[in-house]
Design a protein around this ligand. Sequence first.
Ligand code: A2P
Length: 316
Amino acid sequence: MKTIQLNNGQVMPAFGLGTWKSDPGEVGRAVTEAIRVGYRHIDCAWIYGNEAEIGEALQVLFDAGEVTREELWITSKLWNDCHQPEDVEGALRGTLESLRLAYLDLYLVHWPVAHRKGVAVPTSGDEMLSLDKVPYAGTWAAMEDIADAGLARSIGVSNLSVAKLGAVLDGARIRPAVNQIELHPYLQQDDMLAFCAREGVTLTAYSPLGSRDRVAAMRLEDEPVLLEDPVLATVAAKHGVSPAQVLIAWALARGTSVIPKSANPERIRQNLDATEIELDADDMAEIAKLDRHRRYVDGTFWEIEGGPYKVDELWA
Ligand code: A2P
């Protein structure tokens, strides 16, 4: 299994299972199946609403001796309503309790957006708090404290632009090990890739398959469907694999970590098999041409009337 050494020396399996949109009732089975076929990295978050079921599945696997805690890499993420420094440790402890773990391998600040405590999904602007009121640097300092305490062996960020990541790096006592962002051939973010390579921050690619299963409110009717791209189909046919497998191999070839979500046993297996595929220079050159700066998870949901966030500023 391909691994990536983070800037703190920890070694992370490059390929993992995404659990966003894996519903309660199916996520436990998906995680169990994934670990049984050889996945060692599971990407979770409080907001996915399914950590307790994942915890239950992990417990069964540990109790049966099918895998040990030390063999696994478990990531989770701090939700936006717990950015006040005094709320960070409690949020992490809640996630650990749900996952039935003593520590996380990686804990990320999910979004550079803050809500009032207890507001999972804001419906009005006054349920959000500006980053002037809840500075990201304060949240990051609390993340450093939980790393010191050993509750998370690595800490990182998510959904940060180059400028925002640069600001965190400048002020950090412990540098973020990872920035988890949307990355795929329609959103290649080469500047980010180069910046992170220079700064020693590992990128994890979320929505690597284009996240077609996100809720209708997050989808545009006429959006381009990544998995149906003809160039990907050609590359896939050349290697005798599926377009999804090409996307996974592409992400790994760029040196990023990648966390495709599947709740289907056959596709869970297929995605793991993709880690063996070697794309050649021609394939990479063809796929490089596909970039269209298309965000599927575009952050428009944080721009609420009367609220402090604007989409353009989010990604600036
Ligand atoms: P399913 O869970 O039924 O397998 P992303 O990781 O970009 O969020 O994409 C997840 C979506 O891609 C889900 O709809 C998932 O469906 C689907 N998917 C996962 N693996 C494959 C695959 N190998 N081929 C086609 N679709 C896939």
